[in-house]
Design a protein around this ligand. Structure first.
Ligand SMILES: [Zn+2]
Length: 262
């Protein structure tokens, strides 16, 4: 039986029985762990306030066999203003669902933890529009698992400057407008062709490409510090959502719920 102390963010909580919860915690150094939190549904329990989704806390955890048990906790941040706004709450839930889907157990996921904390913190401050934060999160989270789009040159002609054209949302590569008419996708390259569909693509221009480079490559503390004009923002919102869905090959109920509110 071993006991250790670690900072972590609760990214999912599920009630078990009358009084207990199973917490999914994204921890410093250890990545994702599942923690049994006994008695935390009771108002009197000292760990109650750290046993909700979005609680960032210092946890004392005991490992017994294959299971982790919550022993003690000290709240660092509970993102109160996010919990009290249905739009922010639903968007933060989506962020946690995406992170929960991609974070691994027993692997250092500190970059994903920082991304989650910075994104949820940004929701709490009102410095950026919610859609700005969502678009940047969707691109950066995919970049953090090594699937960043290659937006430095056209994948066909190699052009590097002032590219307008398309981003291929499956292969994550650019096709400049001069090359679009020259290529025809084989069935192997376009898994949708068999059903008579085009490969998913999104429109890009030099401003959007610079924004993508910034979001995916900047220090994670500053990844939201970019701006675009309104039309380009709308293109980026669409591109980032469809890029994430195509790269992860799934959507999320929490995303559908958030979008039903806006
Ligand atoms: Zn080209």
């Amino acid at each position: 039986m071993t006991e250790f102390k670690v900072n972590g963010l609760v990214i999912f909580d599920r009630e078990i029985g009358e009084n207990d919860k199973l917490l999914t915690v994204l921890c410093e150094k250890y990545g994702k762990i599942f923690v049994i939190a006994k008695g935390v549904k009771s108002m009197k329990n000292r760990n109650m306030c750290c046993s909700h989704i979005f609680s960032y806390a210092s946890f004392v955890i005991r490992r017994k066999g294959n299971y982790y048990y919550l022993v003690d906790s000290d709240l660092i941040e509970n993102f109160f203003s996010v919990r009290n706004d249905i739009l922010k709450l639903s968007l933060a839930s989506y962020f946690c669902d995406v992170i929960n889907h991609i974070a691994q157990e027993g692997v250092n996921e500190d970059q994903l933890l920082r991304l989650a904390l910075n994104s949820i913190f940004a929701l709490s401050t009102d410095k950026y529009e919610l859609e700005h934060i969502r678009a940047a999160f969707q691109l950066r989270v995919v970049a953090e698992i090594g699937m960043s789009p290659d937006v430095f040159s056209c994948s066909h002609c190699g052009k590097t400057e002032e590219i307008s054209g398309h981003l291929d949302l499956i292969d994550g590569v650019l096709i400049c407008k001069d090359c679009i008419g020259k290529i025809s996708y084989s069935l192997e390259e376009n898994p949708f062709a068999e059903r008579g569909l085009q490969k998913p693509i999104a429109t890009v221009n030099p401003s959007i490409i610079e924004a993508i480079k910034y979001i995916t490559g900047s220090d994670i503390k500053k990844f939201l510090s970019f701006s675009l004009d309104l039309n380009d923002y709308n293109l980026l919102y669409d591109l980032s959502e469809r890029f994430l869905i195509n790269q992860l090959e799934r959507s999320f109920y929490s995303l559908d719920f958030y979008k039903s509110l806006i």
